[in-house]
Design a protein around this ligand. Structure first.
Ligand code: FE2
Ligand code: FE2
Length: 453
């Protein structure tokens, strides 16, 4: 199964390389013709589509493919069409790297990296730019796709812009030397063009992020980082009105982020999703133990009335998230974080006082859906683990007991089939557990031995 999946992942990349190599060799040996140019363009455009489709199917199952496909084509044409027209005027000012930068920052680094190569090869075939210009754009584009993700605050934008500018200039000189062997006839003005191009790419990609987010309802990492700021209105409200829940959410966020890093999921999304997962508790903070001081309001309520308040925090959270315009990914996490599990404490309490009457577990069940993404699943696990470890008595709270608790919680969540609808694999479960333990290890400043089972 693993081999088959690996092969499926590799197919588009193998195809791209074979077709590109064939196209280039034909071009070199046969010279140009209009039919050849058109057919090469069509073929490589198809390959971009295939590569993107495969990427989204097998690497990022969570992506809304339709939405991302449209955005991808918009980005491809923003950089590619003007580059076609400019190639004969000034090959150093081609905006093709705008596409690389936009795909990298808005969709995925790996996709930006691959399509950079595909697009520039397409440009080489269809416009006849020289091989040294081709090499320059391939290498600078790869560099941009690796550095753009680091441009998240003003200082980082400055560093990334400067490094791209200098790298572009350096490659300009190196590729010229490769082609001509000396700088006797070197066009020094091309250095200025390269510098300008390098600066423009970063500024444009970073500056237009909010436009694409709005147009395509996409959540960029920059937006997620903004949302994790405790001055964000909804988070501020949580801190003031439900401080216990905020404290719980911080621990869940630390656990979920670490686990997401280890399994290669979107850790920004996991962190921010965890910070907001219980936002619905703001409506009735006193109904949740973490916010209670002494008095327990549930002592005066029937178990089914209590369950209604508890269950409604999911629905209330989604309403608040929509009202405060949180991204759809975060809304989904809020909606899914309890799955369709049962509020077992109040269900047990109801059973105990049923006096022989039948109790329907549906009245004590969250309405779902179950987690649909790996980030959502990780947050569900982190949430359950945090609640369970908190229930350990102060004297009994050490890393060994926490490790046992984590095992217990994960088995329970799996046995209740809450992870059935998400693309989390069984091999990732021990990695998640170890990540959780690392976070608790940091909190308790102890070390325990843990062997993977
Ligand atoms: Fe919750
Ligand atoms: Fe929670």
């Amino acid at each position: 199964m693993k081999f088959k999946e690996g092969m499926l992942k590799a197919i588009p990349f193998i195809c791209i390389f074979i077709i590109t190599a064939l196209s280039i060799s034909r071009l070199i040996y046969d010279g140009y013709s209009i039919i050849k140019l058109i057919s090469s363009t069509v073929l490589l455009l198809i390959m971009i589509g295939v590569a993107a489709f495969y990427f989204m199917q097998y690497y990022e199952k969570k992506l809304d493919i339709k939405n991302y496909q449209i955005m991808l084509w918009v980005f491809v044409f923003i950089g590619y069409i003007p580059s076609l027209m400019l190639s004969s005027i000034n090959p150093y000012l081609l905006p093709i790297l705008l596409t690389t930068a936009l795909i990298t920052s808005m969709i995925h680094v790996r996709l930006g990296f691959i399509l950079n190569f595909v697009m520039i090869t397409l440009l080489l075939i269809t416009t006849g730019i020289s091989v040294e210009i081709y090499l320059m754009y391939v290498v600078v584009g790869s560099f941009i796709s690796l550095t753009i993700p680091f441009a998240k605050n003003r200082q980082q934008v400055l560093y990334v812009t400067a490094s791209n500018m200098f790298f572009f200039m350096l490659l300009n000189i190196i590729t010229w030397l490769i082609a001509f062997g000396d700088l006797v006839e070197y066009n020094y003005l091309s250095l200025v063009y390269s510098a300008f191009n390098g600066v423009l790419v970063v500024i444009f990609a970073v500056g237009t992020e909010p436009i694409w987010e709005m147009m395509f309802s996409i959540t960029s990492n920059a937006r997620l980082i903004e949302l994790s700021n405790s001055n964000e209105p909804l988070l501020k409200k949580l801190i003031l009105e439900a401080p216990g829940t905020y404290h719980h959410s911080i621990i869940v966020a630390n656990l979920a982020e670490k686990a997401a890093i280890e399994i290669n999921a979107n850790y920004h999304l996991a962190r921010v999703g965890a910070l907001y997962h219980d936002i619905g508790k703001i409506n009735h903070p006193e109904y949740f133990t973490e916010n209670q001081k002494g008095k327990n309001i549930h002592d005066e309520l029937s178990p089914d009335a209590s369950a209604v308040y508890i269950i409604n925090h999911v629905k209330d959270g989604v309403v608040l998230a929509k009202e405060y315009k949180l991204p759809k990914d975060i809304q989904d996490i809020i909606r899914e974080h309890q799955g369709d599990s049962i509020v077992s404490y109040f269900y047990q309490k109801a059973m105990k006082h049923s006096d022989g009457f039948e109790i329907s577990d549906d009245d004590f069940r969250y309405k779902g859906p179950k987690p649909q993404s790996r980030e959502s699943a990780v947050i569900m696990l982190a949430d359950c683990v945090e609640a369970a470890t908190k229930s350990l008595s102060e004297g009994n709270r050490n890393l060994t007991s926490i490790s046992d608790k984590i095992d217990n919680v994960i088995s329970t969540v799996i046995s209740k089939q809450q992870l059935n609808e998400c693309p989390l694999s069984f091999s990732e479960i021990p990695i998640i557990k170890e990540a959780f333990l690392t976070v608790y290890n940091g909190m308790y400043h102890e070390r325990i031995k843990y062997e993977r089972s």
